[in-house]
Design a protein around this ligand. Structure first.
Ligand code: SF4
Ligand code: SF4
Length: 61
């Protein structure tokens, strides 16, 4: 499973450096999560790191 970023994203960039798997990158309109790389932070953090820093709560399961 992987998280995804919704269209609520304001392109602040806060999530990108927090991802332990480099799964987040800046897309054409909003930031995007590579579902093949996202582990939901299992084994690395207690909860998804991107969701923890997103100011508009748009990193969702
Ligand atoms: S849940 Fe974790 S692994 Fe998945 S995109 Fe967010 S920070 Fe990266
Ligand atoms: S932290 Fe949230 S609003 Fe900021 S770039 Fe990431 S998904 Fe978008």
């Amino acid at each position: 499973m992987a998280l995804k970023i919704t269209e609520e994203c304001i392109n602040c960039g806060a999530c990108e450096p927090e991802c332990p798997n480099q799964a987040i990158s800046q897309g054409d309109d909003i930031y995007v999560i590579d579902a093949g790389k996202c582990t939901e932070c299992k084994g690395q953090h207690d909860s998804p790191a991107c969701a923890g820093v997103c100011p508009v709560d748009c990193c969702v399961a």
